[in-house]
Design a protein around this ligand. Structure first.
Ligand code: HEC
Ligand code: HEC
Length: 345
């Protein structure tokens, strides 16, 4: 197999199954859990804490607001948990989370701001700015795990990740709220309708990179940050839509769990299993083609990057490489290219 062109090999193998359909979960769960007599002692009850239908559009706006203070991971978690706290009450009241009013107040007076640390805040920038899994689905997955039995959560979470791969973010809804001034933040980082792009990947690194490449905005720009704020809202909203549907046993109707043909094909051999020799030495559902392709050689070929202002950065990138070779180091040149800030939100 090593000598074969991968794609030709796959075509020949004729093993494409098209879709992997997960059964819809339909377990309804009780909410409104008050501490029972025997439980007492101020103990917080065991998970899950239950779910009640939420309004996805309200949660989309909360997610966007949450991002402004807690970024993608903390913001998405905060949005869903806050909506649950408002709707279900105890035990969601036990998680240390500021209220939306407190958030808005902080944003109005950044000087007086005492920054709250919230759970899942570490999700920022693909886990503490490492660029791996985007914080929005990470934060949402955590909130889902508070609300739902894990059998139900694990039907929803991979679906949310798949949605993340294929959706063109920011969604029309988010762009519309931004343009019409319907978001909850006192002052927008940008109220333009931002370029929409799909990343084919759940990685922060790829998602941000592809969007920056297409839009011409640097990763440290306020537009890129605003984009991630809208995505945080979009993912929080979709998580809620999926939870609402899951409660009714209609998960498949919100977003069908359909892998790309290519990924389904790869997985016919490369899935988690015991047959090492047939390819079962790996696992996972990520879109295989986003990495296993021929295009990964860095700094070769023609440069297709542009800035938001239409300038070609090819010359600068070339200068960075030359700078490194000459022992100057790419950093000085890079600084000139990006003019980016160091805050990696
Ligand atoms: C018909 C079964 C089958 C399918 C379908 C298949 N593979 Fe493989 N793959 C194998 C086997 C068996 C090996 C180990 C033996 C080898 O390398 O030839 C392997 C090895 C690999 C390796 C590691 C070694 C190498 O050659 O790079 C990668 C990476 C890989 N496959 C990726 C993919 C991807 C991506 C797809 C889908 C586009 C895919 N494979 C589809 C069976 C398959
Ligand atoms: C985010 C990028 C990325 C995605 C998405 C991805 N892979 Fe990989 N994969 C890698 C890297 C990097 C390696 C290690 C390559 C190496 O060591 O040469 C690897 C290795 C492999 C290998 C060789 C054995 C191993 O585990 O090291 C196989 C087989 C493989 N991938 C199959 C797949 C399949 C099938 C999918 C889709 C379900 C997939 N990969 C999705 C990046 C990715």
């Amino acid at each position: 197999m090593k000598k074969l062109n991968r794609r030709d090999f796959i075509k020949g193998a004729a093993v494409l199954s098209g879709a992997a359909v997960c059964g819809a979960a339909n377990t309804a769960i009780a909410s409104e859990t008050e501490p029972e007599a025997g439980q007492a002692k101020g103990d917080i009850p065991a998970l899950p804490w239950g779910y009640k239908e939420l309004d996805p559009e309200y949660v989309r706006k909360l997610g966007h607001l949450g991002y402004y203070l807690e970024e993608c991971g903390g913001g998405c978690f905060w949005a869903i948990m806050t909506a649950l706290k408002e709707k279900v009450g105890y035990p969601y009241t036990q998680i240390p989370l500021p209220t939306p009013e407190q958030f808005i107040e902080f944003l109005k007076n950044p000087e007086s701001k005492e920054h709250y640390q919230v759970p899942m805040q570490y999700g920022v920038g693909g886990v503490a700015n490492f660029g791996s899994l985007c914080g929005a689905p990470n934060g949402a997955a955590s909130a889902i795990t508070y609300a739902m039995p894990f059998d139900q959560a694990k039907e929803i979470i991979p679906r949310l990740l798949r949605y993340y791969e294929v959706e063109t973010f920011p969604t029309d809804e988010s762009n519309k709220y931004a343009v019409n001034g319907e978001f909850l933040v006192p002052k927008m980082k940008s109220s333009k309708a931002l370029l929409q792009s799909a990343s084919d990947s759940v990685l922060c690194h790829v998602s941000v990179g592809k969007w920056c490449e297409k839009s011409g905005y640097a990763s440290g720009s306020k537009e890129r940050s605003e984009r991630c704020g809208r995505i945080t809202g979009d993912i929080a909203a979709m998580a809620v839509k999926m939870m609402n549907a899951s409660m009714k046993g209609e998960l498949e109707s919100v977003f069908p769990m359909k892998l790309s043909q290519e990924t389904a094909g790869c997985r016919s051999c490369h899935s988690k299993g015991e047959k090492f020799e047939s390819g079962q030495f790996t696992r996972g559902f990520m879109d295989c083609g986003s990495c296993h392709d021929v295009k990964m050689e860095p700094h070769k070929g023609t440069n297709k990057l542009q800035t938001a202002y239409g300038a070609d950065v090819g010359t600068w990138a070339g200068a960075a490489v030359v700078g490194t070779i000459a022992g100057i180091g790419a950093h000085a040149v890079n600084k000139r290219i990006t003019k980016g800030k160091d805050d990696e939100e």
